[in-house]
Design a protein around this ligand. Structure first.
Ligand SMILES: Cc1cc2nc3c(=O)[nH]c(=O)nc-3n(C[C@H](O)[C@H](O)[C@H](O)COP(=O)(O)OP(=O)(O)OC[C@H]3O[C@@H](n4cnc5c(N)ncnc54)[C@H](O)[C@@H]3O)c2cc1C
Ligand code: SF4
Length: 454
């Protein structure tokens, strides 16, 4: 096996894929990892769109981008217009063009699939926003300002989208962010899937519309912000890794997944993970961790999951990609302890079977099989079993059964004048869902603030 230098991220190689055109015409094209189409490919693809009168793609998109209109603009050569149509609906246009899971949204309902294959909507969307960012920002401008500022806490997809929409509605917005702006896409999504400049194309554009203050909001600052603003939108995401609660969790060599991904993204050279990595967890985040560990040079990356493949809630494309990279996935395997002295040496696992009983997620409950213990050797163990929202200043907020912050249909929390959206409300979701949440919340905040000002 080829060894990659520890601490270096290896670039993905271009892949050859078959693209299917009308009348069964097939063309083998090189698909580059950044998915950017050239003008000819974009034009040919846009010509396949049926311009459906009911545009199911637009309905399926959580931000309801007017998909047939922007595809029609690409077809007629108006690429900047196409990017503006996308941006008007989706504040993180370029980011979503790159990594939105289209297979579960717009593309899954594309009418064209009944004839041959669905339109590559996201790739067309990315083509338009990339072309626009190369040519300079779009002409979208904001004019009027309503008295009385609104605060947004957290500059991830939900917060940025809410701030952008509120600005379009005429509000002065103050954004509070403890890190750089961008949220999980900036801090944790590996750069081989989303490069910094691809995110910055969105964040640089958005930063022109509102002020961002670098502040880690605590109880005292939160009260101060409440005092000075007509309303607050909370969008602090799920920044805390859930502990697994098995013996050995505190041994050297055990890393919570967000910490691991953040270090791998920001300072890969200081990360030493050894040759054998075990990832615990069966979601998309664990697949990102596995792919990152492979790129950091680990020879063996084993992902363990306590249920079977059909219970895994992952995007199939990500799962296939992890397998293609040589990640070994062991299903029906539960970790019971992390073993070692001061440093880890492996993970003690137990085989499971699935019972008929289902848990609250609707999936069959795994039951451990006695006497089936075995150890998988490891130099690093990455725990990726989910994230939660924890902050002492959020203690007064009503929570859902899963511990997320509870809101009503207007995104209003149990605290008057405080709204919330994104992952901290809905649980682990997607960028486009967080963007949609932020946008919808902006409209109810606008109503709330406008009534107060009357
Ligand atoms: C590893 C990983 C990979 C993913 N890959 C994809 C993907 O490919 N496609 C996709 O669509 N989705 C993906 N997702 C999901 C997506 O990133 C999230 O659903 C989305 O980022 C949620 O947005 P948010 O605004 O609710 O929260 P976040 O993105 O978490 O943003 C919250 C922001 O609040 C800030 N903050 C927190 N506390 C405070 C405080 N006290 N004071 C000030 N600021 C604070 C944080 O610094 C952060 O910037 C992925 C998630 C992870 C973890
Ligand atoms: S469903 Fe497909 S074919 Fe129809 S408008 Fe949308 S992208 Fe075009």
């Amino acid at each position: 096996m080829t060894r990659i230098k520890q601490g270096s991220i290896q670039k993905k190689e271009p892949r050859s894929v078959i693209r299917v055109y009308p009348q069964g015409l097939r063309e083998s094209v090189i698909s580059f990892p950044n998915n950017t189409m050239n003008q000819q490919q974009a034009t040919i693809e846009s010509e396949r769109c049926l311009q459906c009168y009911d545009s199911p793609c637009t309905v399926a998109c959580p931000t309801h981008i007017d998909i047939p209109t922007f595809i029609g603009m690409i077809r007629s050569g108006n690429v900047i217009g196409a990017a503006e149509v996308v941006k008007t609906s989706n504040a993180l246009a370029n980011t979503c063009g790159k990594i939105c899971p289209e297979e579960i949204f717009c593309q899954s309902v594309c009418t064209r699939a009944k004839q041959d294959s669905p339109i590559q909507i996201r790739e067309l969307h990315f083509y338009a926003t990339q072309m626009e960012s190369r040519k300079g920002f779009s002409r979208l401008k904001v004019f009027s300002t309503i008295d009385g500022a609104v605060a947004v806490i957290g500059a991830g997809p939900a917060g940025l989208s809410c701030a952008f929409e509120l600005t379009k509605l005429g509000h002065k917005v103050d954004v509070y962010e403890k890190d750089g702006i961008g949220g999980v896409p900036r801090n944790s999504i590996p750069s081989f899937r989303l490069a910094n400049d691809e995110l910055e194309s969105d964040t640089n554009f958005l930063s022109r519309f509102f002020k961002t203050r670098k502040e880690d909001v605590n109880a005292r600052l939160f009260e101060e912000i409440r005092h000075h603003h007509k309303a607050i939108f909370l969008a602090v995401g799920l920044g805390v890794d859930r502990p697994i609660g098995i013996p050995g969790e505190r041994l050297k060599g055990v890393l919570p997944v967000l910490q691991f991904l953040h270090k791998a993204k920001i300072q890969p050279s200081v990360l030493s993970i050894g040759d054998r990595v075990v990832i615990i967890g069966g979601g998309n985040v664990s697949l990102d961790a596995a792919a990152t560990a492979k790129r950091l040079g680990a020879e063996s990356v084993v992902l363990i999951y306590r249920r079977s493949e059909s219970e895994m809630r992952v995007w199939k494309s990500e799962l296939n990609e992890a397998r293609r990279q040589g990640v070994e996935i062991r299903f029906l395997t539960n970790p019971v302890a992390i073993v070692g002295k001061s440093e880890i040496s492996g993970v003690m696992c137990r085989h499971t079977r699935l019972s008929k009983e289902k848990d609250e997620s609707g999936r069959r409950v795994p039951v451990e099989l006695k006497g089936s213990d075995f150890v998988i050797d490891a130099d690093t163990v990455i725990v990726a079993i989910g994230q939660s929202v924890e902050a002492e200043w959020l203690e007064g907020f009503e929570r859902t059964e899963n511990g997320y912050v509870k809101v009503n249909k207007n995104f209003h929390t149990s605290v008057s004048g405080v709204f919330a959206g994104g992952d901290m409300v809905a649980g682990e979701g997607t960028i486009v869902q967080a963007v949609a949440n932020g946008k919808q919340a902006a409209h109810t905040i606008h109503e709330h603030v406008s009534k107060k000002l009357r």
